[in-house]
Design a binder for this molecule. Sequence first.
Ligand code: AMP
Ligand code: MN
Ligand code: MN
Ligand code: MN
Length: 304
Amino acid sequence: MRLIVPYPGNFTMQGSADAGRMQLMNCYVDLHSHSSASDGSLSPQQLVTQAARAGVKTLALTDHDTLSGLAQAQLAAQQVGMQLVNGVEISVSWNKRTVHIVGLNVDPANEMLQKGLQGLRDFREWRAQEIARRLQKKGIEGALEGASAYATGDLISRTHFARFLVEKAYAKSMRDVFRHYLVVNKPGHVAGDWTTLEECVSWVKAAGGQAVVAHPARYRLTRSKLLRLLREFHEMGGAAMEVVSGSHSRDEIFTMARHAADCSLLASAGSDYHGPENPWVKLGKLPPLPENCTPIWHDWALAA
Ligand code: AMP
Ligand code: MN
Ligand code: MN
Ligand code: MN
């Protein structure tokens, strides 16, 4: 079943409008968010309540590599009268890089998707031990236990290691931890070996969902490599890409809107909210989609 989201008249923006400054508007649709089922800091209920308070009418919960927060989130959404789209953000390896694919309107009971995600969580367990081992070699003790204490869902993420490292004052901020510890050529880095793009798209489709390239401007791909990713994704049956993202600048939004049109992809919009500790990403506040975009929700049917 697809959901129709009322298409708000103010949800498009002229290419020439508002030179320079990013215009954040009230948005009714937010198709990318995280809860404590993965690496967000709010429980699914708290997230849904916050989103409803911020004026969001349709929220997708898209936790990393797990569907375990969806049932709780659906219950909370019913209570506050908000639409909750069943989503997931899947970790993929493409050309030796990690890219993220959001699945929207997936059936959480689908076995193929569930098995695929379980494999990714198993990899996360192994990777967490490996990260801790490498940090220990640099004199950082207890990282696995410390990170695990922050992992209250059913998976462990680099975000949990980052929280531990900030707590123990190895770094001043989350951004600093990533810069100094958890990325390529740094002591706590372990290369990702996730699933393939093709497999990921096939899981999302098997579960009746639509696949969306998450935050495409964040991968530090050259323009031609990014277009290659988007074209391959479209050929495999991918539906859309995030044009508006909490991590896209105004210029990136317009560039991504052109790429979506050139690659025959629908456009999605999502904050990538992880919790109130990142005050620059807000629920219910996103720039509108540029006018040349076809929103992924253009043919979604209203929930009964
Ligand atoms: P993982 O999927 O376990 O490799 O962790 C990736 C997660 O780390 C992302 O989903 C973000 O939530 C977080 N992350 C990645 N880079 C940064 C950064 N520079 N600052 C803060 N959080 C980050
Ligand atoms: Mn995350
Ligand atoms: Mn992501
Ligand atoms: Mn995300």
